[in-house]
Design a protein around this ligand. Structure first.
Ligand code: PEP
Ligand code: MG
Length: 546
């Protein structure tokens, strides 16, 4: 069966389906023998505990924070009060599935009504545990799949949160297919970093697949084949091998600098979200890290990471990049990324709410600790720090004040750091783009975040499938703002990069280079491809000296 969606991450993925979703709420059903139900429940609960224990062990070395979440579920699976309430419901005549679901919901309601955000988040854990007990391995997001070894998995889901995506990264994922999601949804960005072929907006895919069925994901054309014929499979396997070979060739070429035909040097750096990606960026020929998203150090845990933990996290990237520049972006949560330990009143438009630097203004200590850790890492290489979601000069002044405080503290404590570390801002809010001329004298560099700039300029939610057709980073209004920012930076002799997905879109390479852009920052897997495109450009003479 062939299904059509939107191509989100190029490449071909072949593997067996891991279905994430499809859980149907159990109904109350007549029961003949409560003891039989009790046994079924005890067996299922024991199975879930075993799976969780195994998964916790296997995850610990890959992702400590994910292991913590699994352990939280395990604690609940062993909670005598929780188990006794379920057994009580079974003895009152409920079928085991219904008893588990109803009891878990009762617990979840109590947790959700607590004022503490942390408890609210635990509600989801209880429900997810209940699903695991009821559906067995079928419900397991990653639980069983560590056991699958080398075999590729095609993840099929309605949508994926950044949190779910970070959990999936521990698996051997060959492709992703979702019913929902926009082209710059954070899970898509992560999939791109890891070069996982992805097709979004595939209506009906959840009904069309069953667990373990073979699926081909064609991320180039936006097509998905369920249970393909032998011939189709062979054809796609050879196409996939061909693509791998041509990518290998591009990777070889990408080890050198990207010069246009007329000899202009253009840097192609990488965007990463986790330290492990740095070595991949190097392997793929990145000239540096143009955007290190730090959010993933903060999500998936119950308290913020300490200064020392963060220092290790950032320094590992700086060291892995072997003296190539690394731009570390300060915390950008809010929007679609939430932290249970930073309380924010519910917002009806979270992308327009307390996000990025705004949230840091509410919790300045979080930023201060992060800046101290980034500064400490700057002693080990060439580091730039970058502030997200800046709207105007006031935020730049505020952020620089906190940075200066952090520097003064470290100095008085005799801790080494690079006092001349470069300070930059993301230009991703239209007001900042319009004011670029005014902002430029106060920073060392700009990095244009076209994902948000597109979202905010065109008033289109970047993660929504219903307005996906309106989301266009090649829209003239967006490109005009991009050009405005490049001009402003170049006029003031400041470095300017584009780190949004536009930088990796080959339809924009010529426009950006001709506009005077000399730093592209793209997903690691796009580095060789963009370098190759740059090498084919001949810049008009008036843009060469920029
Ligand atoms: C952007 O907005 O373009 C960007 C690079 O940041 P993020 O995708 O993390 O919001
Ligand atoms: Mg952004």
């Amino acid at each position: 069966m062939q299904l059509i969606g939107t191509a989100a991450v190029g490449g071909i993925g072949i593997g067996r389906v891991l279905l994430i979703s499809g859980f149907k709420e159990p109904q109350l059903q007549p029961v003949k023998d409560s003891n039989v139900e009790l046994n079924r429940f005890r067996e299922a609960a024991e199975g879930a505990r075993r799976e969780l224990q195994k998964a916790a062990e296997e995850t610990r070395s890959l992702d400590a924070a994910a292991a913590e979440m699994i352990e939280a579920q395990l604690a609940m699976a062993e909670d005598p009060e929780f188990l006794a309430s379920i057994e009580e419901a079974i003895l009152e005549g409920c079928n085991f599935e219904y008893a588990v679901w109803a009891t878990a919901n009762k617990y979840a309601d109590i947790l959700r009504s607590a004022s503490d955000q942390l408890f609210k988040e635990r509600a989801a854990d209880v429900l997810s545990l209940a699903q695991r007990i009821i559906a067995g391995p079928e419900s397991g997001l990653f639980i069983n799949d560590f056991a699958r070894g080398g075999e590729g998995i095609i993840v099929v889901a309605q949508d994926l949160s950044p949190l779910e995506m970070t959990r999936l990264l521990g698996l051997n994922v060959s492709g992703i297919v979702t019913e929902r999601g926009g082209l710059t949804s954070h899970f898509v960005i992560l999939a791109k970093s890891y070069g996982i072929p992805t097709v979004v907006g595939v209506e009906g895919v959840l009904d069309a697949v069953v667990r373990d069925v073979v699926v081909i994901v064609d991320g180039n054309e936006g097509v998905v084949f369920v249970d393909p014929s032998r011939d189709l499979l062979t054809a796609y396997e050879s196409r996939k091998n061909q693509q791998i070979r041509s990518m290998e060739r591009l990777v070889e070429l990408a080890q050198g600098p990207a010069l246009t035909l007329d000899g202009t040097r253009i840097l192609v750096e990488a965007n990463i979200g986790r330290p492990e990606e740095a070595s991949e960026a190097i392997r793929l020929g990145a000239d540096g890290i143009g955007l290190f998203r730090t959010e993933f150090a903060f999500i998936n845990r119950i308290a913020p990471p300490s200064e020392d933990e963060q220092f290790e996290y950032y320094a590992s990237v700086v060291e892995a990049m072997r003296s190539k520049p690394v731009v570390i972006r300060t915390l950008d949560v809010g929007g679609d990324k939430h932290l249970p330990y930073l309380r924010v009143a519910e917002e009806s438009n979270p992308f327009l709410g307390l996000r990025g630097i705004r949230l840091c203004k509410k919790y300045p200590e979080i930023l201060k600790v992060q800046l101290r850790a980034i500064l400490r890492a700057s002693a080990y290489g060439e580091v730039g720090v970058m502030f997200p979601m800046v709207t105007d000069l006031r935020e730049i002044f505020w952020a620089k004040t906190v940075l200066k405080e952090a520097m003064d503290e470290l100095e008085s404590e005799g801790i080494p750091f690079d006092r001349s570390l470069r300070v930059g801002v993301m230009i991703e809010v239209p007001s900042a783009a319009i004011l670029a001329e005014e902002l430029a004298p106060h920073v060392d560099f700009f990095s244009i975040g076209t994902n948000d700039l597109t979202q905010y300029t065109l008033a289109v939610d970047r993660g929504s499938e219903s307005v996906r057709d309106y989301y266009d980073h090649l829209h003239p209004a967006v490109l005009r703002l991009v050009r405005l920012v490049i001009d402003a930076a170049n006029k003031h002799g400041k470095v300017v990069a584009v780190c949004g997905e536009l930088a990796g879109d080959l339809r924009a390479t010529k426009f950006l280079a001709e506009s005077g852009l000399r730093v592209f920052s793209v997903s690691p897997s796009a580095v060789p491809v963009v370098k190759d495109a740059i090498r084919r450009l001949e810049l008009p003479s008036e843009t060469k000296g920029v």
